[in-house]
Design a protein around this ligand. Structure first.
Ligand code: HPA
Length: 275
């Protein structure tokens, strides 16, 4: 197995999925920490445990379930990765993005991602949503390092529009109709698993980040590499530690994410209906 190429591994995973589910949704959704409840809005047709898919890593974090769900959201066919893989869990960058590549080979053209993130922009409050319009990778290993698989995409992918402007426009229009306030900003991607020090929150903000989180960047790189359109949104679950005497806990992040989830669900439901 050590000798099989990434493309062969993707094809094996796809074959095993196709053996139990044959429809081809064009929309893929990745749910972030504490944001798994959106899965309950899916009218599921088939759920496949990650453990039953060849070469899929298995997720270890609290708040992540680890299954691929096929079904409809608001009547629209979707493939949902309920549970994602983080670099901080010890997976290689290639493992982190494996499910994203599988979605592409299953026929997905548009990828919607959500995540929990720390707010650094002074206008942000806990529970707010931020559309990601760009990102900065801080020391995250690029999943495309190594030999390029030309069947996946180009050696030097363009990143001038990692997050689709058209999808951002649609989301803003939908949010306006639904009365959901939205920020737009830059996601600073870090490895974690430590939350940032006071000096790091300050630095990441000065360096151009509006929110900071431990996921998404590698997935977006892989998705752009294979030519998918991407939309991503952060739920602001904390405001860093700044000057005050506060601390941040994973429990607080999960609770804030769960509280904000209905807004995210409404937005995603509206968005899939327009794709
Ligand atoms: N920093 C990094 N990742 C996060 C944070 C944070 O403050 N909140 C949620 N995910």
């Amino acid at each position: 197995m050590g000798n099989t190429s990434i493309v062969q591994q993707i094809e094996e995973a796809v074959r095993s999925i196709r053996a139990v589910y044959s429809l081809e949704p064009r929309i893929g959704i990745v749910l972030g920490s504490g944001l798994g409840n959106l899965a309950q809005e899916i009218v599921a047709e088939k759920e496949i445990a990650y453990t039953d898919i060849p070469h899929f890593p298995v997720s270890t974090v609290e708040g992540h379930q680890g299954k691929l769900i096929f079904g409809t959201l608001n009547g629209v066919p979707v493939a949902v990765l309920s549970g994602r893989f983080h670099y901080y869990e010890g997976y290689s960058p290639q493992q982190v993005v494996f499910p994203i590549r599988v979605l592409k080979f299953l026929g997905v053209e548009t990828l919607l991602l959500s995540n929990a993130a720390g707010g650094m922009n002074a206008r942000f409050h806990v529970g707010d949503l931020m559309i990601i319009h760009d990102h900065i990778s801080f020391f995250i290993v690029n999943p495309l390092l190594g030999r390029n698989e030309s069947q996946l995409g180009p050696r030097f992918p363009d990143m001038s529009e990692p997050y689709s402007k058209a999808l951002i426009q649609k989301a803003k229009a939908i949010a306006g109709r639904l009365n959901i306030p939205l920020h737009e900003g830059v996601y600073a991607g870090v490895t974690g698993p430590t939350f940032e020090t006071r000096a790091e929150y300050k630095f990441l903000h000065l360096a151009g980040g509006d929110a900071v989180g431990m996921s998404t960047v590698q997935e977006v790189i892989a998705a752009r590499h294979v030519g998918m359109s991407v939309f991503a949104i952060s739920v602001i679950t904390d405001l860093g530690i700044r000057e005050e005497d506060n601390i941040i806990t994973h429990e607080e992040v999960l609770a804030a994410a769960a509280a904000a989830e209905p807004k995210l669900t409404a937005l995603f439901k509206g968005l899939v209906a327009e794709l």
